[in-house]
Design a protein around this ligand. Structure first.
Ligand SMILES: [Zn+2]
Length: 134
């Protein structure tokens, strides 16, 4: 019996491509040529219209906090941190965290900007308050 090896069939899945770009300091989302809408999380097929015409695009980076939570953590474990749902200007919502401000100072509607941080040699998507928009 042979079991199809997913890795062999698709060594470069869309998620791997997304991660690879992040590791290189670039934040990419997808854009669908079929319905002209932005797509995130990375997929093979557009969730809006079902087309497979997805292309990578670099978003503007500006967004707004949709919801925010403070995750409590002991100081020796790194202290409290923020987890937020961010609405990008392009119309997609994603989960990330807001840094550069106290975790409980993040508020709904806050203007933020995407940034790719480096953590343990990997790219990590975070957001910071967008000063220009305050
Ligand atoms: Zn589409």
């Amino acid at each position: 019996m042979t079991v199809p090896d997913q890795q062999a069939v698709a060594p470069q899945g869309v998620e791997a491509q997304y991660r690879q770009a992040l590791d290189q300091g670039r934040f990419l989302i997808q854009h669908c040529a079929g319905c002209n809408r932005a797509v995130f999380y990375p997929r093979m097929i557009c969730p809006h219209c079902g087309a497979d015409k997805l292309a990578w695009t670099e978003p503007d980076g500006r967004g707004e906090v949709y919801s925010t939570t403070v995750v409590r953590r002991k100081p020796e474990a790194g202290g409290d941190y923020n987890v937020a749902l961010i609405d990008l200007q392009e119309g997609v919502r994603l989960m990330s965290r807001v840094e550069g401000v106290a975790p409980d100072a993040v508020h709904i509607g806050m203007a933020v900007r995407a940034q790719v941080a480096q953590q343990d040699g990997r790219g990590l998507l975070i957001f910071r308050p967008n000063q220009e928009a305050q």
